[in-house]
Design a protein around this ligand. Structure first.
Ligand code: SF4
Ligand code: SF4
Length: 233
């Protein structure tokens, strides 16, 4: 894969996303787990509106997987991202929910019952990150797709966020470019409103669409209706 060609093909929006990811990588890694948690909590109100933007635009683990994925594309060409079949992916994507409850259960048991250290729990967590980043050489964002407990939790904001991606079925020409551009393996072209809990709000699908307005990011009018109902009560 030619990196120059890859970069030239990125939309302005996706270039900005790349700059933000690269710019935030070192400072966020330097902040450590506690610092990252503070940034995450500060971002949470925005995620309620826009979905898990931490995952798609800032998270250093996501950036490392992007770098690993680019290296994988260079090494394996078209084979990259085809090591895990669609059928297996559809099953594996739920593993992150087991990771979420497993990590919480393990942390609680190890720290509260066994009087273990937080540092050990963080080391176990970081080991899964390292595995995910290495495996992203073969398939896109393995850690985000299948292992990240934080992503599993933040992804739930997709279900309630008022700003969503909509597909206009009348304009869509079913070219599948949106599906192919999605780092999370979501079939965007099969939906009319994207409320998928695995989405990372990166907007790569919208930017890849060749048809004007076939995919667009819009505020959900239903929220306005909900707000009106709540206020008029
Ligand atoms: S990229 Fe656009 S036109 Fe192509 S399938 Fe997706 S929504 Fe439809
Ligand atoms: S569906 Fe679109 S916004 Fe969501 S992760 Fe896939 S490409 Fe990004």
């Amino acid at each position: 894969m030619d990196l120059k060609k890859w970069y030239a093909k990125l939309s302005k929006n996706q270039k900005n996303r790349l700059y933000l990811q690269i710019g935030a990588l070192i400072p966020l890694l330097a902040l450590g787990m506690t610092g990252r948690m503070v940034v995450l909590i500060l971002l949470f109100p925005f995620m309620l509106l826009l979905g898990p933007i931490w995952c798609g635009w800032i998270c250093p683990m996501g950036t490392l997987q992007r770098i690993s994925g680019l290296l994988g594309k260079k090494l394996f060409g078209h084979k990259h991202n085809n090591f895990i079949s669609k059928k297996t992916h559809e099953k594996l994507k739920y593993v992150k929910y087991f990771m979420l409850f497993g990590m919480m259960g393990f942390a609680g048991y190890y720290i509260l019952i066994l009087n273990g250290t937080v540092d050990f729990v963080i080391s176990v967590f970081m080991a899964t990150v390292v595995i995910g980043v290495i495996l992203s050489l073969f398939n896109e964002r393995v850690y985000c797709r299948y292992l990240c407990p934080a992503g599993a939790m933040m992804g739930l904001t997709n279900l309630i966020k008022p700003r969503t991606i909509k597909r206009d079925a009348n304009s869509c020409v079913s070219c599948s470019k949106c599906d192919n551009s999605c780092p999370m393996g979501i079939d965007v072209s099969k939906t009319t409103e994207l409320r998928n809990p695995h989405c990372i709000s990166c907007n790569a699908c919208v930017d890849s669409c060749p048809i004007n307005d076939a995919l667009s990011v819009k505020w959900d009018k239903k929220i306005k209706n909900i707000k009106e109902k709540v206020i008029n009560k």
